[in-house]
Design a protein around this ligand. Structure first.
Ligand SMILES: [Fe+2]
Length: 119
């Protein structure tokens, strides 16, 4: 019998809603380019996360349990890359302190993903 591998959303979801809103509000207050820099940083982190999941799904045993999942992830990933490209096209990299801002946000997102994988 195949193990039930349905994924439940993280219990931290309410926290991420608040944190995401706060991040969006703070970067928007810093200016449009900072908001775009935030979008790019978040989307790049999500892209890396999806890419790692695609690698995991190369395991035939996992792929067999959820045959449609790889396609879903690929579609989500393409959407997020489109959002990243919109951010780049709207001056994300010209935001003041882009490198620092981007590094902070990417680190925060990676921590959030790691915590969400556990809780
Ligand atoms: Fe997105």
């Amino acid at each position: 019998m195949v193990a039930d591998r349905r994924v439940r959303p993280t219990a931290l979801l309410p926290l991420w809603h608040v944190a995401g809103f706060a991040l969006g509000a703070v970067t928007a207050a810093l200016g449009e380019r900072a908001a775009m820099a935030c979008t790019v940083a978040v989307e790049e982190t999500i892209d890396a996360h999806y890419a790692a999941q695609e690698v995991e799904l190369e395991d035939p045993a996992l792929a067999e349990q959820a045959p449609e999942l790889a396609g879903t992830i690929a579609a989500f990933r393409a959407e997020e890359l489109e959002h990243r490209d919109i951010g780049l096209a709207h001056g994300a990299e010209q935001a003041p302190g882009y490198r620092l801002l981007s590094a902070l946000i990417r680190t925060g997102c990676r921590v959030a993903i790691k915590l969400s994988e556990r809780v």
